[in-house]
Ligand binder design. Structure first.
Ligand SMILES: Cc1cc2nc3c(=O)[nH]c(=O)nc-3n(C[C@H](O)[C@H](O)[C@H](O)COP(=O)(O)OP(=O)(O)OC[C@H]3O[C@@H](n4cnc5c(N)ncnc54)[C@H](O)[C@@H]3O)c2cc1C
Length: 269
């Protein structure tokens, strides 16, 4: 019987409900940093080589072991941004103020090592050559979708058409533009929430506003939707898709985080 292993910030990994896919086998890896490069002012890519082949499906993630500062080591999940079979493996990480995981990885230099357990995750590509696909991410939520659209599986079995939306604040926050702008199998749509820089080249507004703008021309029930990143965006998009009759089985989701409630809201909960 196949059981789904689920990530919990408090408990780590445990056996969860019966799922449609099983994590085949996760294993412990020692990884050597090959490169660390800034992609935007707040996001960097980390390229690493595991101590032996790490097999994963496009869209899956590694669970990085963050050494203990006080108390116990922590675990933080990071989606693999490179395609399966490509070496070195790439992560794409947002630096979070005072965040132990992201700052630990940001401090690693070429030649340093870190440990992780991998692969994990259910947000994988579902080849449906008879359907369209829409990938929607905010910020580093682009990572699993980059892995998917650069994968051989996607190239061999692409959807009828693909829209690839990335929600960020300004044009300085746009990630991996060169990979997507000329990708032959997709339409690349960065959505900017602030009117700064090269605004005329991109959609001005949130990803939900972009979807609303497509309302009349879209084959909603003939499309697979992939959502990743900020939980608030995912809630809004899900609600919108539900309102347009999209079957929940056609919506594939990975929530990276939920924005913290302001102190006054947290107090009344
Ligand atoms: C399955 C999965 C895959 C993930 N993959 C990635 C990835 O590829 N790249 C990545 O940058 N993060 C990713 N994350 C988030 C990552 O695991 C950490 O939560 C994040 O790096 C913050 O950890 P921290 O220890 O630095 O800070 P913490 O102290 O744990 O976090 C502080 C706060 O930062 C906010 N936050 C968390 N992640 C982000 C983010 N990405 N952008 C903006 N604010 C954030 C949240 O409000 C969080 O409560 C993923 C999360 C999940 C569940």
């Amino acid at each position: 019987m196949a059981f789904r292993r689920e990530y919990s910030r408090e408990l780590g990994y445990g056996i969860g409900q019966k799922g449609k896919e099983t994590v085949e086998k996760s294993d412990h890896f020692k990884c050597k940093v090959i490169e660390s490069n800034p992609l935007t002012p707040n996001v960097f890519e980390l390229k690493f080589a595991p101590d032996r082949p790490l097999d994963f499906k496009a869209g899956q993630y590694v669970s990085v072991i963050v050494p203990a500062v006080d108390g116990k080591p922590l675990r933080r999940p990071y989606s693999i941004a490179s395609a399966p079979g490509v070496s070195p493996i790439e992560l794409c990480i947002q630096k979070v103020e005072k965040g132990p995981g992201s700052n630990y990885l940001a401090g690693l230099k070429p030649g340093d090592t870190f440990e992780c357990v991998a692969p994990y995750g259910y947000l994988t590509y579902h080849p449906r050559p008879d359907k369209h696909a829409v990938f929607i991410s905010t910020g580093t939520g682009i990572a699993p979708f980059r892995s998917m659209v650069l994968s051989e599986e996607f190239r061999k079995s692409p959807p009828l058409s693909t829209l690839f939306c990335l929600g960020v604040r300004t044009d300085h926050d746009v990630l991996y533009e060169t990979d997507f702008i000329s990708h032959p199998l997709l339409k690349w749509i960065p959505c900017l929430t602030q009117s700064v820089g090269r605004v005329s080249e991109f959609f001005k507004g949130r990803v939900t506003a972009f979807l609303e703008s497509q309302h009349s021309q879209f084959a909603w029930s003939e499309t697979e939707f992939y959502l990743c990143g900020n939980g608030a965006m995912i809630d809004d998009v899900r609600k919108f898709l539900k309102g347009n009759g999209v079957d929940r089985k056609a919506i594939h989701v990975e929530v990276y985080f939920r924005p913290e409630a302001p102190p006054e809201q947290a107090a009344v909960k």
